[in-house]
Design a protein around this ligand. Structure first.
Ligand SMILES: Nc1ncnc2c1ncn2[C@@H]1O[C@H](COP(=O)(O)OP(=O)(O)OP(=O)(O)O)[C@@H](O)[C@H]1O
Ligand SMILES: [Mg+2]
Length: 257
């Protein structure tokens, strides 16, 4: 399937509602993302950020509304694994790499292919696949650790490996939930650079709590609050917005009488 051109919506969310036994985790939520964007989703705890990612990857089904991927794919009609094949890749917060396998083997196993597990390893990869794998290895900054067991990596390195594994599936849209959580400052910085590099070719939606990280790397930020979009704009717009300060920072904005 062809990737949409930059400047076109890759994802449209219209009137989305998610109902958990009577509790509306998302309601009347409209949201659009253009192809090639690196979009940050922020908001207080319980705002619905993770639930929105869960809907977009097919893990949670909406009770109302629609999520349309690439103009024609109604995501509610597909299972999670089908959406992964259609080009939506999701990374959850905790890294889930195969700890006893090497970095290289983890990437090789993640390669998009219809082959058995054993034949997926290095010896049977084509030169085109090897090039792709080496390119990803370099992109995630783990070229010197290709032969290291994934279990021996630092927390940050595991996160990058998992992002690399996602990239081996060649998703058009990546959904990342707090990728920099628990990272050191220098790891956080490298993660921001990695997201920028990825967004040259793919669209990314990233949920993030670390405001310094968002300030440093975000172009467009969407603020969720109580299951719906409160504001959207540049980080500058968002930071100077009274309503955002009130709900997101959990304090009332002092105003002159
Ligand atoms: N499976 C579920 N069943 C019932 N309620 C749920 C379920 N999943 C989430 N919720 C509720 O939905 C609301 C939104 O949760 P969600 O995890 O999407 O928030 P979030 O913005 O990701 O928060 P955080 O910043 O803490 O990760 C919360 O009130 C949460 O308790
Ligand atoms: Mg969450």
């Amino acid at each position: 399937m062809q990737s949409p051109l930059p400047g076109r919506d890759i994802l449209r969310v219209e009137g989305l509602e998610v109902d958990f036994d009577g509790f509306k985790a998302l309601r009347s939520l409209d949201f659009r993302v253009q192809a090639g964007e690196l979009r940050f989703l922020i908001g207080p705890n319980g705002a619905g950020k993770t639930t929105l990612l869960d809907v977009m990857c097919g893990k949670v089904k909406p009770s109302h509304g629609r999520v349309v991927f690439k103009d024609s794919i109604d995501i509610s009609k597909f299972q999670e694994h089908q959406l992964a094949e259609l080009g939506i890749g999701r990374k959850f917060q905790a890294p889930s790499v195969f700890t006893t396998l090497t970095v290289f083997e983890n990437l090789a196993l993640s390669m998009k292919q219809k082959r058995g597990l054993l034949s997926a390893l290095w010896a049977k990869t084509t030169s085109e696949q090897r090039d792709r794998l080496l390119h990803r290895l370099e992109m995630i900054g783990l070229q010197d650790k290709a032969a290291a067991r994934a279990g021996s990596l630092s927390h940050g390195e595991k996160q990058w490996l998992e992002i690399g594994m996602l990239l081996m599936q060649e998703p058009d849209l990546l959904l990342l939930d707090e990728p920099a959580a628990g990272m050191t400052d220098s790891e956080t910085e490298k993660t921001g650079e990695l997201l920028h590099a990825i967004s040259n070719n793919q669209t990314i939606i990233v949920v993030e709590h670390d405001m310094e990280f968002v300030r440093r790397f975000a172009k467009t930020v969407t603020v969720l609050h109580e299951g719906t979009v409160l504001r959207e704009g540049t980080m500058e717009d968002i930071q100077s917005d009274d309503k955002v300060a009130e709900v997101y920072l959990g304090r009332r904005v002092e105003r002159d009488a």
